[in-house]
Design a protein around this ligand. Structure first.
Ligand SMILES: [Zn+2]
Ligand SMILES: [Zn+2]
Length: 304
């Protein structure tokens, strides 16, 4: 029942040896989603043991280079590795032309099909859904069109209470109905589902917000999430610079986490000027104690 975030890069646009620019892989119940794909993402995947071919869905927040310039390289590698399964890309609409003009210029004919899902809406929308998970956009406030992503588990099934079903002699054929939450009702015998099952595991959620200025409109979308990743490009003494560049300070990130009542906050997208991140925590703790700074290679598991 895994729900795990792998941080492949947590730096911002200027290159530094300390951090790679942004990319993350989210493993939800063994479905792997790549969010953002900066330069160097392939190497980070190799370094941290992420299997390339497990990625079927890629989500790109916006078209600043530190969030997508690794994508064409990754696509080319998937082709070299002989991929045949289709690849889904969810991204601002202009990325489609960028990818396909690069492929045209190199006369590359991919061994697999790309389904491009253009993002244009400024409202939060459902962009991905399967039996277990939904993904919505989180419209952010940045210098160009930019979305975060909210990944949520759907409601888990009720868990069969083996002692209760045995004691009540419930036929096995009924188990799938109980899992869906139906009350047992047969041969004039009625038993509420709660007496035959254990409560479903709670649905877990992860919100990814990078890059953005302080933006309270996201609060209703990310309210009560288990884990929030929010950018904190700057410390608080760089408020003015943060405003000019449509980025956030650590204080901004913590205030959003607090107002949205999230369980835990992780912050990244640090400016290259910061060699270490201790001071981010010093400034975070008075506002939102359950904060962690991320580093490349970190893994965060969301427990039940
Ligand atoms: Zn960025
Ligand atoms: Zn940006």
């Amino acid at each position: 029942m895994v729900f795990k975030i792998n941080i492949l890069g947590c730096g911002s646009a200027t290159p530094t040896l300390r951090r790679n620019p942004t990319a993350q892989v989210i493993n939800v119940l063994e479905c792997h989603f790549l969010i953002d794909c900066a330069e160097g993402t392939q190497l980070q995947m190799r370094k941290y043991g992420i299997k390339f071919q497990k990625i079927n869905h890629i989500f790109i927040s916006h078209l600043h280079g530190d969030h997508y310039l690794g994508l064409i390289g990754f696509i080319s590698t998937l082709h070299l590795l002989g991929r045949t399964r289709e690849l889904n890309i969810y991204a601002p609409k202009d990325l489609e032309e960028i990818i396909f003009s690069q492929l045209r210029a190199s006369q590359s004919f991919l061994s697999f099909h790309i389904n491009f899902h253009p993002l244009v809406s400024k409202e939060s929308e459902l962009i991905y859904e399967d039996d277990l998970v939904t993904i919505h956009t989180i419209p952010l406030k940045h210098r160009i069109y930019c979305n975060g992503f909210l990944i949520k588990e759907k409601k888990h099934p009720y868990r069969i209470d083996i002692n209760a079903v045995t004691a009540n002699k419930i036929p096995i054929a009924w188990y799938h109905k109980l899992k869906k939450g139906e009350n047992y009702n047969e041969n004039e015998q009625f038993i509420p589902v709660e007496e035959l099952t254990l409560a479903p595991y709670p649905s877990r959620s992860y919100a990814y917000c990078s890059d953005t200025a302080y933006f309270e409109s996201i609060i209703p979308i990310i309210e009560n999430v288990d884990l929030l990743y929010h950018e904190a490009t700057f410390l608080n003494d760089q408020k003015k610079r943060a405003k000019q560049t449509f980025h956030s300070t650590i204080e901004d990130a913590c205030n959003i986490a607090k107002k949205a009542n999230v369980k835990k906050l992780i912050v990244g997208h640090f400016s290259a000027r910061y060699k270490t991140t201790e001071q981010f925590l010093e400034e975070a703790y008075p506002i939102f104690i359950n904060t962690e700074t991320v580093k490349d290679g970190d893994e965060f598991n969301i427990p039940f």
